[in-house]
Write a new protein. Sequence first.
Length: 183
Amino acid sequence: MKFRMLTIALLSAGMALTAGTTNSPASAAADTAIAAKLGHEIRMYPRFTIWDNVTYRVHDGEVELQGQVSQPFKKGDIARIAQSTPGVRSVTNRLEVLPTSAFDDRLRIQIARALFRDPVLSRYAMQPVPPIHIIVNNGHVALEGVVNNDMEKNVAGIRASGAGLSFGPVANNLRVENPKTKN
């Protein structure tokens, strides 16, 4: 009888210790809810534009911000938005502030015009913050965000490459929402 009670006590203590260290389904659901709320708050930030690229990861209420912002004040603002999101325990801010440059600004505008004037991509221009983000860092161009299909990704890369005097090839990092499956 004593052996049975001792075994039950040890098993319960072991379960209590492991319960605190594993990522439970409830914790994963909480992280998903925090990520959804945080994504909404960042998109609603009035100064969030197509020149900014913010990604984030949430794990046990801890948020890690990554990406690029076009103005120094945006880095702090977005960190404060993340910190004030319900359920967030801590924020690690790894946002990069892009250098301010008249040349980069001119290149951003040229690329945006080339992208959103194309009939294939023009529907994205009607959204308050289009899902295609143009990141220019000292003349180097990257496209970030998401498009509907492979054709739109390819057209965006072609238009961005032909739009201006970027230093080097355009990095087309667009994700495809509905990739064509191979048969």
